[in-house]
Design a protein around this ligand. Structure first.
Ligand code: SF4
Length: 722
């Protein structure tokens, strides 16, 4: 009997917590926090501690499955599945052209460090722009559109560890384990929050719920849902009126400040207090606290971006940081420039707006919506907007999507407008899902390919490389050899590329051998060519490590290339007008739909992954409708009772849960639960939850550029059932 304990890291979510895995005869028998790790300090969460059960989940897919004409499935080898899928793709390509072949790379796909570079290489070689990811479901403004419209700062923004203040809007990192740099670091977030408070950092939290972060903040603004843009406009108005901004920074690096200031004239403290349902004194206090800094960053989570006016919210968040000069200056040390990419010069200068990032391939739904350029560690990458993918499948004509390869995602539960998503997925000529379980989407698939789980494969912390606040990296080697016939997500693209006669090249610079499949190490080496720390060095070390790389000092601006951040880009006046109109009209409480439904995260699941595991299921098997107890009493609804949540678009059942931390008039529910619409699944709401995407149509409020749907601040009514 051989028994060993090895260091690795969890990839259940994107926090990548270091762990120690104990293996006996190729069986994972235990998982424990790696308490030696200098960045995480032994942090893990309940989900990650279920990796052994996930690996040996009795219903795990350990082969490939082919759907028969009668709806049953036959287990086949992955090689046979890929051969048959390859033949079908060739026929679709010949008949309908490359755009008709799409891939959707969901949340789990990001946790395999090689998926996206190979997926993108496959699309480039195929000449198909139909590359979709979960990024454009919940945060396209933050990762691309905001920077494209306003420009950004070449030296980067202040990070948590050297900030005096943080303004956090709709981001509950203690549960979601995600924040962009400047917010609470995703890596051991409770320790980071404690450390920040200990050194006197001020935290302002904006959330309709007294969330885990809000309850630890210095000032909690329990805002009315959907009013983030109005609040931000009001905070900026106060800062500019009281001359609390960094006038010298603005004079040197910002354009259109005066026009911007004039456009915010209506967002007075009285107006904003009325619209946001906040105390005027708290709004003024928040503006002054943030402006006092002197260092600190405003940041958002998916809350505001899934609500109304996400492009405007993002612009205003970037604006409040810019006018307060919350950026690293020449001579300052950048806490982390990443270790897995070549060192690029970091200069104290604005990078002007990049309007070309907004003008890629257009969606067939509207010319206003098209490719979103996402800023990644490997530079800008274009992807089509997932918010309208279902329309691209259903809309007949040139470019109609006929085949969808779905990697580590569950579009039936995740895409906005579930009725349409259901119809679209059924309308495809070919649906392939790569997953470890038969998800609601995989139930509809023509082929399901069993996927390796994280401890069965090598990975490198590429995704998080520039999110750390230190030059940290971790190469995890496979802990056990996978049982059955399961493969990695990137291998699906390589195998299909080979069958289609494609030549794949990472970042269009590093060709892959298409005769003999590269090893994961070789692939990761190509992906990190020129890295500041050679991948061999990271590979040779057991566990994660902060590397001793030379400090990156921000260089002075280059007069030949320095630009300006534009506070008043084209379209902003109309967006501000729209935000005021939204506040005045559509979001006012109405007689028919008097409550506002907001999105949230839950501790025991990661989107639709988790409820299948026993310890997590013991905590909950549903996504309750969290409602203030006073509202429940007024509605004569008991805690735990089944209720109906109805919008102008549809109705779902839910389990009422009394929750005093929720603002009155608000219903808070997690997304990605439930099953396909129709049938008898509604009766199983206590066992599988309900899908909030059934309460919206994706085109009710499509956001310019991204088509981003409104998933939060949805007008609903709450009624007793029976
Ligand atoms: S936060 Fe939890 S699920 Fe995410 S990586 Fe860490 S242990 Fe895993």
């Amino acid at each position: 009997m051989t028994r060993k304990t090895v260091k690795t890291y969890c990839r259940f979510c994107h926090a990548y917590c270091p762990m120690e895995a104990t293996v006996e005869n190729n069986k994972l028998i235990a998982i424990a926090p790696d308490t030696d790790n200098e960045v995480y300090g032994g942090y893990t969460c309940i989900k990650g501690r279920q990796l052994p059960e996930q690996m040996y989940y009795p219903q795990r897919i350990l082969s490939s499955l082919k759907k028969n004409a009668d709806g049953t499935r036959t287990a086949i080898s992955s090689a046979q599945a890929l051969d048959e899928i390859g033949d079908k793709l060739k026929a679709i390509l010949k008949k309908h052209g490359p755009r008709s072949i799409a891939s959707y790379n969901g949340t789990v796909s990001f946790q395999n460090s090689a998926t996206h570079p190979v997926a993108k290489a496959w699309h480039v070689a195929l000449d198909s722009p139909s590359y979709y990811t979960s990024i454009t479901i919940d945060q396209p403004a933050k990762v691309g559109i905001g920077a494209a419209r306003m420009g950004f700062w070449g030296g980067g923004s202040h990070t948590w560890r050297d900030s005096n203040v943080a303004l956090i809007l709709g981001n509950n990192t203690l549960v979601s384990h995600f924040s962009i740099p400047g917010g609470i670091p995703s890596f051991s977030p409770s320790n980071a929050l404690r450390e920040g408070k200990k050194r006197g950092m001020k935290i302002i939290c904006v959330d309709p719920r007294r969330s885990e972060v809000a309850s630890r903040s210095d000032l909690h603004l329990q805002i009315k849902p959907g009013q983030d843009a109005v609040l931000l406009a009001g905070l900026i108005h106060i800062i500019l009126e009281e001359n609390l901004h960094d006038a010298q920074f603005c004079a040197e690096h910002i354009q259109n400040l005066d026009t911007f200031k004039a456009s915010l004239a209506r967002f007075t403290p009285d107006y904003v207090a009325r619209r946001t349902d906040l105390d005027k004194s708290d709004i003024i206090a928040a503006a002054r606290m943030f402006a006092a800094g002197p260092r600190g960053t405003a940041s958002t989570g998916t809350g505001p971006e899934m609500g109304p006016n996400p492009n405007l919210v993002q612009h205003l968040v970037q604006s409040i940081n810019a006018i307060c000069g919350r950026h690293y200056r020449a001579g300052e040390r950048l806490p982390n420039a990443g270790v897995l990419s070549p060192l690029a010069p970091r200069q104290a200068q604005a990078i002007s707006p990049q309007p070309e990032w907004l003008t890629g391939v257009r969606s067939r739904v509207s010319d206003d919506i098209g490719e979103v350029t996402v800023l990644t560690a490997n530079g800008p990458i274009k992807e089509m907007p997932t918010a309208v993918c279902a329309d691209e499948i259903l809309m007949e004509g040139d470019g109609q999507i006929r085949a969808l390869i779905c990697i580590g995602g569950n579009p039936l539960l995740a895409w906005p407008g579930q009725q349409k998503a259901f119809k679209a997925l059924q309308n495809l000529d070919l649906l392939v899902c790569v997953d470890y379980k038969l998800s609601a989407s995989a139930e509809l698939a023509d082929y399901v390919i069993g996927a390796k789980l994280c401890l069965e494969r090598d990975d490198l912390t590429v995704l998080t490389d520039i999110w750390y606040e230190q030059p940290y990296s971790h190469y995890a080697k496979a802990v056990v050899e996978a049982e059955g016939d399961v493969i990695e997500e990137w291998e699906v693209f390589w195998e299909l590329g080979k069958r289609l006669g494609l030549e794949l090249s990472i970042n269009q610079q590093h060709p892959l051998d298409m005769r003999s499949k590269p090893s994961k190490f070789d692939l990761l080496k190509k992906m990190t060519t020129g890295s500041r720390v050679p991948i061999e060095e990271i590979y040779s070390r057991e566990g994660g490590h902060v590397y001793d790389v030379p400090d990156v000092i921000i260089e002075p601006a280059d007069p030949a290339t320095r630009g300006h951040m534009d506070l008043f880009p084209a379209g902003l006046a109309a967006e501000l007008e729209n935000a005021a109109r939204d506040a005045d009209n559509s979001l006012q409480l109405k007689d028919d739909f008097p409550y506002l439904l907001i999105s949230r995260r839950m501790k025991n699941n990661y989107n639709s992954t988790g409820p299948e595991l026993s310890v997590l299921a013991a905590r909950t098997t549903t996504n309750p409708a969290f409602i203030n107890p006073e509202d429940l009493a007024q509605l004569n609804i008991a805690d735990g009772e089944i209720i109906a949540i109805s919008s102008a678009r549809g109705s779902i059942p839910a389990v009422a849960q009394s929750s005093p931390d929720i603002k009155r008039g608000v219903v808070s529910m997690a997304h990605c639960w439930g099953a396909a619409p129709g049938g008898s699944t509604d009766k199983k709401v206590r066992e599988i939850g309900a899908n909030t995407n059934r309460l919206i149509d994706n085109l009710d409020h499509p956001e310019k550029y991204s088509g981003m749907a409104r998933h939060s601040a949805i007008a609903v009514k709450v009624t007793k059932v029976g």
